[in-house]
Design a protein around this ligand. Structure first.
Ligand code: MYA
Length: 576
């Protein structure tokens, strides 16, 4: 078939279910687990003695002893190859350590994440051997700290609109000028992965194209003062200025003009670190909530016995299990060699950050009055958690990305088909392929999941039923709206939520299946979680699919317009 699937989620948009990508649920090697345990143990011991999250929050910086300790444990080079001085962990191993660190202190996690999830990731993923040898040893040891410089005052979600410019000199080197804002690690970084516009000539026409550079701190590189933030106060966030910075041609990252794809490739990877960190923080909150609920007494009983507290704890468990299953399904697929995980990592980032936000809110609610007080950790955890919905791509722009990127394949197939149909000789074969594929995937029951545990049969059937519905809905939307779909964000949001829910369903089913196969009845509680998660996800999918035909999008747009026209909330009550 043309447009062969390149990722699990992109395949679903065609109605295909490439089960072998997700089943069996990935598992690392026993050898790596041993290494990982050593890293986790060392970190836990260090954290118990040295990391005081309340102090870090109130002082607004990481003590030098903490930074030094993290470096000495190798935590600045977790997923860098051993040949460069890193610990050589897999993507899964890296995520698991980020989870642990974020479960201890968000500022530490953000510092480490900005350094290796995105700051050095360009060298690891796209650098040439000479660049790796030159930079990775210093970055892995933490001798140098790295930052990722994409965002600018006029360029946030619209990453392609950056203004920083690099001009190539006759000797091949570049001169870099521009300003970047909200750069994590900005105040202490010595190494920057920077994106800038470079004029590129194609077919005789000069056009600006984004290009990646590896920049060392040196003449012309300065940073602004530390920003005052709501949370993650111990992490450094500053502006970075580049003024006539000389960048040797050897420091080009990838090809001239290829920087947008490089930046996106780095972020696809980085978003998983954030999602894993969210799981770590959520687990910490669950522990706090269970401890509080089972000891706090009201009306002569522990509050854990009340239905509305059970409801919260059950929902927190479901949320955390779902996010964890999605994250480690994705990292496992990458470790198995899957190249295109852009949609999967965006789903993990969106769902992970939102589940943490729900959990921190509910956890604070369970702690009630105590939760609001500075002496307890909840308000700090709430402030720390809020940024995850914003950085590494806002959840809004990522929802748009998920749908538009998912639709790209089916859209191109339809465009080819409509062109081919005008040419009966060439078009016949293509049309026959299209209709056979459509009948197979969208009618006659569609494709199935054949390796889900029999105890989860009902959930597997729900998933199998929704995949053809997604594909039909995508095709219908594309036929009806064509390219206009790129402007239809209400539609994009609904389909992104369907995508996230489908990914969640398959992740928890594959994971619970692996546990049931391995542990038998002992894994029953995972099966219960899986049933509850899939039941809820299926209800949301049903609502979102139904709303593609029956919604109040236009009404909401008109309310927004009225408000913009009025410039504020225009009503007041009238007495008498
Ligand atoms: S770093 C800054 C983060 N910034 C962003 O994430 C920017 C968000 N914007 C975008 O991603 C893009 O601009 C969007 C596209 C998506 C809006 N993978 O025409 P296009 C391809 C692969 O759609 P645009 C920070 O926050 C696309 O297919 N390819 O482009 C630091 C197309 O290809 P082709 C992709 O409309 C935080 C081409 O690009 C992707 O301009 C510190 C053009 O696409 C993709 N993803 O915009 C964090 N996207 O031409 C520390 C697009 O071949 C973390 N393309 O068809 C620490 C964690 C700690 C946790 C703590 C927990 C408590």
């Amino acid at each position: 078939m043309d447009n062969a699937p390149t990722s699990f989620l992109k395949s679903l948009y065609f109605g295909h279910i490439p089960e072998s990508l997700v089943n069996p649920y990935p598992r690392g090697s026993a050898e790596e687990q041993e290494n990982l345990n050593m890293v986790l143990d060392a970190f836990r011991k260090f954290a118990a003695k040295e990391i005081d999250p309340a102090k870090i929050d109130s002082e607004g910086k990481l003590p030098p002893t903490v930074l030094q300790g993290l470096k000495e444990m190798g935590l600045f080079g977790l997923a860098m190859g051993e040949e460069y001085g890193g610990l050589g962990l897999s993507v899964t191993g890296y995520a698991r350590v980020m989870q642990e660190v974020a479960g201890t202190d968000a500022s530490c996690a953000v510092t480490l994440g900005a350094h290796q999830s995105i700051g050095c990731k360009g060298v690891v993923l796209f650098g040439n051997e000479e660049q790796k040898k030159r930079y990775l040893p210093r970055l892995a040891s933490g001798e140098w700290v790295a930052s990722f410089c994409l965002t600018e005052p006029g360029s946030g979600s619209d990453a392609a609109s950056i203004k920083t410019r690099a001009v190539q000199q006759p000797d091949g080197s570049f001169v870099l000028n521009g300003s970047k804002i909200w750069i994590t690690n900005g105040g202490m970084a010595n190494f920057f992965t920077v994106f800038a516009q470079v004029a590129v000539e194609r077919d005789g026409v000069k056009k600006d194209r984004i290009t990646g550079f590896l920049v060392e701190r040196g003449p012309g590189v300065t940073h602004g003062p530390e920003e005052h933030k709501l949370g993650i106060k111990g992490s450094s966030t500053t502006a970075i200025y580049f003024e006539d910075v000389q960048v040797p041609k050897e420091n080009l990252l990838g090809e001239i003009g290829g920087g947008f794809k490089v930046a996106m490739g780095i972020l696809n990877n980085g978003r998983l670190g954030l999602a894993a960190g969210s799981v770590g923080a959520a687990k910490q909150l669950l522990k706090l909530s269970v401890a509080h609920a089972t000891t706090r007494k009201q009306f002569g009983r522990a509050i854990s016995e009340f239905g509305l507290i059970k409801d919260k704890i059950a929902n927190m468990m479901m949320d955390c299990y779902a996010a964890e299953s999605m994250v480690y399904l994705t990292t496992g697929m990458i470790d198995r060699g899957l190249a295109d995980y852009s949609l999967e990592s965006a789903c993990c980032k969106v769902y992970g950050s939102e589940m943490l936000w729900r959990i921190v809110n509910e956890s604070l609610q369970i702690a009630a009055g105590l939760g609001y007080m500075k002496e307890y950790p909840y308000e700090r955890l709430l402030r720390d958690a809020r940024i995850n919905l914003i950085f590494e791509g806002t959840n809004e722009i990522l929802r748009c990305f998920i749908t538009l990127s998912g639709m790209q394949g089916p859209g191109e197939r339809l465009a080819k088909l409509s062109k081919a149909i005008k040419d009966p000789l060439k078009g016949y074969g293509l049309a026959v392929d299209f209709f056979i594929d459509k009948v197979k995937t969208q009618y006659y029951g569609g494709e199935s999941l054949d390796h889900i545990h029999p105890l989860l049969k009902r959930e597997a059937v729900l998933f199998e039923d929704w995949v053809p519905e997604l594909a039909k809905n995508v095709e219908k939307t594309l036929r009806k709206h064509g390219r206009e779909i790129s402007e239809m964000q209400f539609v994009q949001k609904r389909l992104a939520d369907v995508t996230i829910d489908l990914y969640m369903m398959v992740a928890v089913m594959a994971r619970a299946t692996a546990s049931l196969n391995e542990k038998g009845p002992e894994a029953e509680r995972e099966a219960r979680l899986c049933r509850a998660i899939c039941g809820r996800a299926s209800q949301r999918i049903k609502r979102n699919i139904r709303q593609s035909d029956d919604n109040d999008d236009e009404l909401l747009k008109s309310i927004a317009k009225d408000t913009y026209d009025a410039t504020q909330y225009p009503f007041d009550i009238v007495l008498g």
